[in-house]
Ligand binder design. Structure first.
Ligand code: C5P
Length: 405
């Protein structure tokens, strides 16, 4: 899929630059043609020699280089690529890109290119969370730039949090997906950012006990993967599941409905939100700080419950950042379509995916699903299929919806 694809890789200054060497190696293994630009800061972390040896191409570093400019002008360098990837993308380079600055070779190329651009940010967690960086990232997203990651984890600076550059395998998955979609010439969600919720939520009763449900997260994760395969930038907000994180997307792990609610709001703005999570309706009103003990009286302790925030309803009624398309799920055991339509009205979402989860269907935790897609007054009943196929079909419907916009 990547054979002979021309990828311009810009390596800016960050300790994660060492991972870019691995990315180059993987791209070369797939026979992509990789040309690299190393910024001044980038060359503090990896040497031009290693980049050149791995990419098997000349490395470009200077904007005002007599030799480079005569051999391959910066305009040509940016135009002769099929895709531009910035990995790692430092806070500084993101700021330059967002403001259209062009004071070195990398920023000039990024301003001069007419090709799709993907960036994999890396920085300290506080730098990433800073309002200025978040503003810049939002601007870049609006400009149609695909943001890959960053991931959560230990940071080179010794802190923990969001700011780790996505792993080379994840960046590669996004690049392959992009070229896969191009080759298929089919429906795409490239340039669309989508939020997917998945899995159950755990609501603490005390430090060791919780209220939960039987959701496995398989359908929600399959939807996130399916949308990613169509080229969308996906944020998957997942409750506790046993599933691996799908590659090439931001995965936010949460436990409770309240955490999921916060994570979903932090993911905004998005073009579409698909709420596939089985969010617990209630939580313990006052979880005990210590493990609740049997007191020998034979009486069970009373557990007072209170209602959780309704994420789907809140996203559907968001005053500032209402996603253009909000899709809810309705797990029903009777009168599936009727109840689902009522739910759609009550929550204010645009589509509902309704499924029959009565005993014996094997849907909860199983690998297959029988769903009805409800759009306005239309009920589209799909045959029983795997959750992956439900995800692929739903993804196509979403892509068609946006194509018509
Ligand atoms: O109200 P009910 O739980 O039946 O609605 C199901 C739909 O609402 C699903 O899409 C689910 O993800 C979403 N939901 C939510 N927040 C809740 C409860 C449900 O987003 N607190």
């Amino acid at each position: 899929m990547l054979q002979a694809k021309r990828i311009l890789l810009i390596i800016s200054g960050g300790i994660a630059a060492y991972k870019s060497l691995d990315l180059i190696r993987r791209l070369r293994e797939r026979e992509a043609n990789v040309r690299c630009v190393l910024t001044k800061a980038g060359s503090q972390f990896v040497t031009p020699l290693s980049v050149q040896a791995l990419s098997e191409n000349k490395v470009y570093q200077e904007l005002f280089s007599l030799t480079d400019e005569s051999e391959m002008g910066h305009i040509r360098l940016s135009r002769e690529a099929d895709l531009v990837v910035v990995a790692p993308a430092s806070a500084d380079l993101l700021a330059k890109m967002a403001h259209g600055r062009a004071d070195d070779l990398a920023s000039t190329l990024l301003l001069a290119t007419d090709k799709p651009v993907m960036v994999a940010p890396t920085m300290n967690v506080e730098m990433w969370k800073h309002k200025a960086t978040q503003r810049n990232v939002a601007t870049l997203r609006e400009d149609g730039i695909h943001i890959i990651g960053p991931a959560d984890g230990d940071l080179a600076c010794g802190e923990f949090g969001s700011g780790r550059m996505s792993e080379p395998a994840d960046i590669l998955a996004v690049i392959e997906r992009y070229f896969g979609i191009q080759a298929a010439g089919s429906l795409t969600l490239v340039g669309r950012r989508v939020l997917v919720t998945s899995g159950p939520t755990y609501e603490a009763i005390d430090p060791v006990r919780y209220i939960a449900n039987r959701s496995s997260g398989r359908q929600g994760h399959a939807i996130a993967r399916g949308l990613g395969q169509l080229g969308a930038e996906v944020v998957l907000v997942s409750g506790p599941t046993n599933l691996p994180d799908p590659p090439g997307m931001e995965v936010v792990h949460v436990e409770s409905a309240r955490d999921m609610h916060i994570a979903c709001h932090q993911a905004l703005p998005v073009d579409a939100a698909i709420c596939a999570a089985a969010v617990a309706d209630w939580r313990a009103a006052a979880p005990a700080q210590q493990k609740i003990k049997k007191d020998g009286s034979g009486k069970a302790p009373p557990i007072e419950v209170t209602e959780n925030p309704d994420i789907l309803r809140d996203l559907s009624n968001h005053k500032v950042n209402r996603p253009a398309l909000v899709i809810g799920f309705a797990a029903e055991t009777q009168l599936v379509a009727t109840h689902a339509r009522e739910k759609m009205e009550r929550k204010g979402c645009d589509w509902i995916v309704a499924n029959d989860v009565s005993e014996g269907t094997g849907v909860m935790g199983g690998s297959r699903n029988t769903v009805h897609l409800i759009v306005g007054h239309d009920v589209d009943s799909w045959p029983t299929m795997t959750k992956e196929d439900v995800a692929a079909r739903l993804g196509r419907r979403i892509a068609e919806h946006f194509r018509r916009q």
